[in-house]
Design a protein around this ligand. Structure first.
Ligand SMILES: NC(=O)c1ccc[n+]([C@@H]2O[C@H](COP(=O)([O-])OP(=O)(O)OC[C@H]3O[C@@H](n4cnc5c(N)ncnc54)[C@H](OP(=O)(O)O)[C@@H]3O)[C@@H](O)[C@H]2O)c1
Length: 325
């Protein structure tokens, strides 16, 4: 069935400026790491992308290696964008990344110019696009000179293949150096994409100060901490998958805290996942949270977090006490 976007799509979402750039992002963006790229899920994937756009989620986050096989998520999203959203391209922010293992041999991962340029060309082909809005280096490469990695971002930007550039998973020190090189090259970094959640607060320890000082936006991943900050595990770990869940940080201790946090979320009239997203966005330091969705209902629940982003100091204090216990 052909698709026409909802005329009400900009009524509910909130948008924040990405650092000191000209871009604004929706406070809730759509992540595609899991659940996209498998052809069995195509109908659901399409429904999620359409519903997201109808709810004002103008930003879709991708990477070269998403999907099984790697690259299939870009193919699926490319098809949905071509079939359904072609005429809305100028209303969309499409981002991709390169850094993790993508093809065999010494040029298929990390941060060389050879890899980054080839990877973005391949991403554009899979997406069926001439340019992406933001291109990220997905991780810091300890072996390639940072000048080369940043030089590749500068080249890609000047070629018009990415309108903006960003970095992901760089620590505070690596970030400061990367920003300084990009500034000298005349291609400013507009965004950092780090992990961040109530249970993972490393960015508060120096990185956020650098990003604010330099006017770089922050788009955070895993704000729901692999699902432990949702209602999925409140009743405990399923015995058949307990070990594998513990190995990704879904532990009994965190579940106990999630249950205490859930009491505060209920008092706020939110689900735990909505409060977890709102908490990341508190005070305006984070531009946007990246939330994945397996089903349309999860997307809708996540987007509805925007209806209550404000916290009273008493609520923040109670949350802090639970997290620090
Ligand atoms: N830059 C990077 O290195 C990097 C790394 C990882 C991710 N990312 C980006 O960040 C995005 C978000 O990452 P993520 O998906 O791993 O984030 P997450 O915050 O850890 O959330 C994922 C978990 O939350 C569950 N979930 C989501 N919405 C829910 C809801 N409303 N109710 C109940 N459960 C819900 C999912 O369950 P189901 O699976 O059952 O839906 C999944 O278990 C990715 O899609 C990707 O775009 C970037």
């Amino acid at each position: 069935m052909s698709y026409t976007a909802s005329p009400a799509r900009y009524q509910g979402m909130k948008y924040r400026r990405l650092g000191k750039s000209g871009l604004k992002l929706p406070v809730v963006s759509l992540g595609t790491w899991q659940h996209f790229g498998n052809t069995d899920m195509f109908a659901t994937n399409r429904a999620i992308v359409r519903r997201a756009f109808d709810l004002g989620v103008t930003h879709i986050d991708l990477a070269n290696n998403y999907g099984t096989p790697a690259g299939s998520t870009e193919e699926v999203i490319g098809k949905i964008l071509r079939d359904d959203l072609q005429s809305y391209r100028d209303e969309l922010i499409i981002t991709t990344k390169a850094g993790y293992d993508m093809w065999e041999g010494p040029y298929g991962e990390w941060g060389s110019k050879k890899y980054l340029v080839a990877s973005l060309n391949a991403s554009l082909k899979r997406l069926g696009m001439d340019y992406v809005d933001i291109f990220y280096t997905h991780r810091f490469d300890p072996e390639t000179p940072l000048e080369e990695t940043m030089g590749a971002l500068d080249l890609i930007h000047r070629q018009g293949k990415a309108l903006y550039v960003g970095i992901s998973n760089y620590n505070a020190e690596q970030t400061a150096e990367a920003l300084s090189i990009l500034k000298k090259l005349g291609t400013p970094c507009v965004v950092h994409q780090p992990s961040y959640s109530m249970f993972n607060r490393w960015i508060e320890d120096g990185l956020q100060t650098i990003l604010e000082k330099e006017g770089v936006g922050t788009c955070v991943f895993q704000p729901l901490q692999r699902g432990v900050l949702t209602d999925a595990f409140l009743k405990g770990l399923p015995p058949e998958s307990a070990d594998s869940l513990r190995s990704i940080g879904i532990t009994e201790d965190r579940i106990a805290k999630a249950n205490l946090l859930n009491v505060i979320a209920k008092e706020r009239g939110q689900t735990l996942s909505q409060m977890a997203l709102a908490w990341c966005l508190r005070g305006g330091r984070v531009t946007s949270v990246l939330a994945g969705a397996k089903i349309v209902e999860h997307l809708e629940l996540n987007v509805a977090a925007v209806n209550n982003l404000e916290f009273e100091q008493g609520e923040l204090d109670k949350i802090e006490a639970i997290l620090k216990a």
